[in-house]
Write a protein that binds this ligand. Structure first.
Ligand code: GDP
Length: 366
C-alpha cells in the first residue's frame, strides 16, 4: 500500500490525480524534501492564494472547527449574486464568533448605488439566511475600493484574534486575500505556519502580526450558483467584468424578454411599464411577443438566443417557470448569478430560469 503523504504547509493529504481538488501536487514534486500541496506552493513562492473547492460534507466537517475557536469571521459574498453566496449553514459553522460581512465586486454596480441602503439590505438578507452580522463592508477587491475601511473594521472587531475568511466559490475570496497579503507583507515571501493535525487541516494561515493569523478556508460550493448549470464559456459571458449599464425596456403586457437563452421574463398582466435590466453588458437581451416566445426558443436557442451556443446547448438544464404578482414598491426580480430586472406597479410576471436556479423577489436594490 502506498504511504499517505501530508502537505507540510497545511497538513492536507496529498493527491496527484485532480489538480482542482484539495491537496494536489504534481507527481514530480513528491521526491522533494518538503512536499507542499499546489495551494501552499503558490502561496509560498508567489504570495498568492488559490481557491479550492470541496463537497458540502467535507467542507462542513472542516470549517465547523471554527466554532471551537475564538476569532473573527470575515464572510465574503458577491454583491452580484447574493443568494448564491450566502451560506445557510454559517451559524453552525462559526458558533458565537462575530461575523463581518463583506460585499465584494462593488465595481459592477452603477456608481450611483446608495451604499447605506445596500448595506442594510445585505444585513437583512443575512438575517433571513439565519445569521446576524456585526457589520457590513463594501469593497472591490479587483480595484482595491473600500479596502482601507475594511481593514479598519477588521482591526476593531478582531481584538488581536485570528481572522477566518469564508465564502462560497467565485465570490472573489482569493482576489481579496491576495490584496490583503500585498497590503500587509508587500512582495516578500509569505511563510505559512505549521498545521495542527485534525483541526486546521487544509486551512491556510497567513501571519498577521506576532500572535494572530489570517486563515483562508476552502470555498464552499453552493448548488444555487449558476456556475453549476452552465459551461465555463457561457459563464464568462454572463459574469459582468465592468460596471453594469442598466438596459430599459418599455413593455406592454403579453411581451417577453429573453436574457440570452438562459432566462426569460414574461409580462403577463398589467399596464405598460418599464423593465430595467441589470445584466452583464455582454449578455444580449431579446424582446418578443409572448405568443411567439416558445417558437423563438425552440427554433433559435443557441443562435439568436445565446449563450448557450450550439456546443454548450446540451449543458443547459430545462427552463422552469415561476409566477409572481408584484404590487406596491419597486421590486427586483432576481435571476441568481445572471442579474435582475427592476419593475414598478401592479403587474404579474412569469420568470423562467434553468432548473435548480431559483428566481426570487426583493425590494429594489438601487
Ligand atoms: P474565489 O473562488 O472566491 O477565490 O474567487 P476568485 O478570487 O478566484 O474570483 C472569482 C472571479 O471573480 C474572478 O474572475 C475574479 O477576477 C472576479 N473578481 C474577484 N473580485 C472581484 C471584484 O472585486 N470585482 C470584479 N468585477 N470581479 C472580481
Amino acid at each position: 500500500m502506498q504511504e499517505e503523504i501530508y502537505c507540510q504547509g497545511c497538513g492536507v493529504s496529498i493527491q496527484t490525480s485532480d489538480p482542482d481538488s484539495l491537496g494536489y501536487t504534481p507527481k514530480s514534486s513528491l521526491d522533494r524534501e518538503t512536499v507542499l500541496c499546489k495551494r501552499c506552493f503558490r502561496l509560498k513562492h508567489y504570495n498568492e492564494i488559490q481557491d479550492v473547492s470541496m463537497t458540502d460534507d467535507d467542507y462542513l466537517k472542516m470549517v465547523s472547527t471554527i466554532r471551537d475557536t475564538d476569532a473573527l469571521v470575515v464572510h465574503v459574498i458577491d454583491i452580484f449574486d447574493v443568494s448564491g453566496s450566502l451560506i445557510k449553514s454559517l451559524p453552525r459553522i462559526v458558533g458565537n464568533n462575530p461575523i463581518l460581512l463583506v460585499g465584494n465586486k462593488m465595481d459592477l454596480l452603477p456608481k450611483s448605488t446608495n451604499h447605506r441602503k445596500l448595506k442594510q439590505w445585505l444585513r437583512s438578507s443575512a438575517k433571513e439566511a439565519g445569521y446576524k452580522v456585526k457589520d457590513v463592508a463594501l469593497i472591490s477587491s479587483v480595484k482595491g475600493h473600500g479596502m482601507e475601511e475594511l481593514t479598519e473594521l477588521m482591526e476593531i472587531y478582531r481584538y488581536n484574534k485570528d481572522v477566518y475568511i469564508v465564502g462560497t466559490t467565485n465570490v472573489g475570496k482569493s482576489t481579496f486575500i491576495n490584496r490583503l497579503i500585498k497590503q500587509s507583507v508587500g512582495e516578500s515571501d509569505v511563510i505559512t505556519t505549521s498545521y495542527f493535525p485534525g483541526t486546521t487541516l487544509g486551512f491556510i494561515e497567513i501571519p498577521l502580526d506576532g500572535e494572530a493569523s489570517l486563515i483562508d478556508t476552502p470555498g464552499i460550493v453552493n448548488k444555487e450558483q449558476i456556475a453549476h448549470y452552465i459551461s465555463d464559456h457561457d459563464l464568462k459571458i454572463v459574469t459582468p467584468n465592468k460596471e453594469i449599464k442598466p438596459r430599459i425596456y418599455q413593455l406592454n403586457d403579453q411581451q417577453t424578454l429573453y436574457f440570452g437563452g438562459l432566462a426569460r421574463l414574461d409580462f403577463i398582466k398589467g399596464n405598460k411599464t418599464s423593465f430595467v435590466c441589470y445584466f452583464s453588458n455582454q449578455l444580449s437581451i431579446h424582446r418578443t411577443k409572448l405568443e411567439k416566445a416558445d417558437a423563438l426558443y425552440d427554433n433559435h436557442l443557441g443562435e439568436l438566443l445565446s449563450p448557450p451556443n450550439e456546443e454548450t446547448l446540451n449543458h443547459l438544464p430545462k427552463l422552469t417557470k415561476s409566477t409572481f404578482r408584484i404590487t406596491g414598491e419597486r421590486t427586483d426580480i432576481v435571476f441568481p448569478g445572471l442579474g435582475w430586472v427592476s419593475v414598478d406597479g401592479d403587474i404579474t410576471v412569469e420568470a423562467h430560469s434553468p432548473k435548480g436556479v431559483h428566481v426570487s423577489l426583493r425590494k429594489s436594490l438601487l
